[in-house]
Design a protein around this ligand. Structure first.
Ligand code: TPP
Ligand code: SF4
Ligand code: MG
Length: 334
């Protein structure tokens, strides 16, 4: 079976299913991003020993707590300083930031600019729902001009921030754009971003049906997804820039910088962040299969516990082994 297909089957082992259902509204796009991230992490054999998730505040910020990883739930807008600090003291870890557009580009915008400039080797997944979702639907930095929101009932008078331009201002950073409709594309973009040795940013268009979509005329999440399907097109493979309705991955090779002089990719980061981004140790197929079997067995054993005990295990209040003992369940084959 192809790797991708295996990941599709096994991604749930990367999620704290005991905490489901999530707090997200039915039809929200965040769950799709989490699912695709879980698949990539599974494919890449990443787990809590080599990967940390840093999340911001907002609906998107809750993602970290639903994933079977160590995660830091930072202050609003402060994902990147925390991610950079982790990377500095634990350079062997993969650090993945998940945050909303407001968190990333508004209150966290200053950190974004400087993390890009310093080429901090972390990956940012920005859930770009073009709105402050959690707080009821106020205009955010990526809200398109003219959009009616809670805080701009006559239409947003401002121009949205150019995330592509900001990320691409560095000759070292990778910028990818995708949507939650284009799931295979999104998964590949996330994987490429994680594999990139410097700063990488995945700008993911997704729907906030409750606090944005309905207000701007979509009846339901499906209509928004249909709009993404019809509106967004894949950019040509050699594209240097993405148009407003194009999805693709822009790698930082041989870019033109400064006054227009071409220069090859040179990582000039300070020593603390100069360490090439470590990846999970290469894992052979046998090892991957063993890990998968192990996590599937864990999952199956979890199913034998009461919902209350599952939550205690997920929160780390009790180990799975102790919970099984307490419940009188044999730890043998699931
Ligand atoms: C310092 C601070 N300022 C403001 C807030 C209020 N606040 C919470 S979430 C949020 C915006 C969320 O928007 P976004 O980052 O796009 O996330 P989404 O909910 O859309 O996923 C704001 C302004 C806060 N929690 N902390
Ligand atoms: S308010 Fe919007 S972003 Fe938040 S969970 Fe609901 S649909 Fe998703
Ligand atoms: Mg948002």
């Amino acid at each position: 079976m192809a790797e991708t297909a295996l990941a599709e089957l096994n991604y749930k082992s990367k999620l704290k299913l005991a905490l489901f259902p999530t707090i997200w509204c039915p039809g929200c796009g965040i769950g799709t991003i989490m699912m695709q991230l879980a698949m990539v992490l599974d494919e890449m054999a990443m787990d809590e020993t080599n990967t940390i998730i840093v999340s911001g505040i907002g609906c998107t910020g809750r993602m970290g707590s639903y994933m079977q990883f160590e995660s830091v739930y930072t202050l609003h807008g402060r994902t990147l300083p925390v991610a950079e600090a982790i990377k500095t003291v634990r350079p062997e870890m993969n650090v993945i930031v998940v945050a909303g557009d407001g968190d990333t580009a508004s209150i966290g915008g200053n950190h974004l600019v400087h993390s890009i400039r310093r080429n901090v080797p972390v990956t940012v997944l920005c859930n770009n729902n073009e709105i402050y979702g959690l707080t009821g639907g106020q205009t955010g930095p990526t809200t398109p001009t003219g959009t009616k929101t809670l805080s701009s009932p006559s239409g947003n008078p401002n121009t949205p921030i150019n995330l592509q331009g900001i990320v691409r201002s560095s000759p070292h950073a990778l910028y990818a754009k995708s949507t939650v409709y284009h799931q295979t594309h999104l998964r590949n973009a996330i994987r490429e971003a994680i594999e990139h040795p410097g700063f990488s940013f995945v700008d993911i268009t997704s729907q906030c049906i409750e606090n944005n979509g309905r207000r701007i005329g979509f009846a339901n999440a499906n209509e928004m997804l249909t709009y993404y399907r019809k509106g967004y097109k894949r950019a040509p493979k050699d594209a240097d820039t993405l148009g407003p309705m194009e999805i693709g991955v822009l790698r930082p090779e041989a870019e033109r910088v400064g006054n227009g002089a071409a220069r090859p990719l040179v990582v000039e980061a300070a020593p603390a962040v100069e360490t090439p981004r470590p990846k999970a140790a290469p894992v052979d197929d046998e090892e991957k299969a063993r890990k998968r079997a192990e996590s599937q067995q864990k999952l199956a054993l979890m199913q034998k516990l009461s919902p209350e005990t599952k939550v205690r295990v997920a929160k780390g209040e009790i180990s799975l082994a102790d919970a099984l003992l307490e419940a009188g369940v044999e730890e043998g084959p699931a």
